[in-house]
Design a protein around this ligand. Structure first.
Ligand SMILES: CC(C)(COP(=O)(O)OP(=O)(O)OC[C@H]1O[C@@H](n2cnc3c(N)ncnc32)[C@H](O)[C@@H]1OP(=O)(O)O)[C@@H](O)C(=O)NCCC(=O)NCCS
Length: 169
């Protein structure tokens, strides 16, 4: 059975082990090897992950089956004072995709956002990441805007912003 657990700093290596496989696989046809290395150093170094957890209020979750970690997600409530929860990251190991794990993580994000009375979930997705875009559309997200973000070193993120309203009974 796949369970979703809340991650902490003791799980940094587990998050890195999944991202080392899932991240390059996701972007191998979209980003240059140099940009993949640059972005992974920026987002997944020990220091960066610690800062995200301790200072930036990013909450990490891991999908776990038996003793193996299969995916992770990070979220931030009231991101940029919008009253909305942002999914910063959601990645599943390539051979574990399309088994419902993304849906379980997304439902976790929605439940956590509800606890904070946030009004929506939103995220950035690379414009050429067609598979993830298909997943978001299937999951009830709609396109809000396009965004080109300069991330330094001559690299940009060429993104769509997608959003899904949180429904309260
Ligand atoms: C995108 C991702 C998180 C989705 O997770 P997943 O575990 O593969 O998706 P699930 O199996 O939970 O799918 C949930 C639903 O979406 C549908 N779906 C998944 N991918 C889809 C696609 N590309 N197009 C249309 N529907 C899709 C599934 O059929 C399923 O539908 P159902 O609820 O009717 O059964 C995962 O594939 C992944 O990690 N991809 C690589 C990393 C990535 O791109 N992350 C996003 C960065 S912004």
């Amino acid at each position: 059975m796949i369970e979703i657990i809340r991650a902490n700093k003791n799980h940094i290596k587990d998050i890195q082990d999944v991202s080392d496989v899932a991240w390059p696989h996701t972007f191998k046809e979209v980003l240059s090897p140099g940009q993949i290395r640059y972005m992974m150093d920026w987002m997944y170094s020990n220091e960066s992950l610690q800062e995200q957890m301790d200072v930036k209020d990013h909450h990490y979750f891991l999908a776990k089956e038996n003793d193996k970690f299969l995916g992770y997600m990070s979220i931030q409530h009231n991101c940029e004072n919008t009253g909305k929860t942002k999914i910063h990251k959601i990645y599943i190991l390539p051979d574990m995709q399309k088994r419902g794990i993304g849906k379980q993580l997304l439902n976790t994000a929605i439940n956590e956002a509800r606890k904070q009375s946030n009004t929506a979930i939103y995220l950035n997705v690379n414009k050429y990441n067609e598979s993830a875009i298909g997943f978001y559309k299937k999951s009830g997200f709609f396109l809000v805007k396009e965004e080109v973000i300069d991330i330094g070193n001559g690299f940009v993120m060429d993104d769509y912003v997608f959003e899904k309203e949180i429904v309260y009974e």
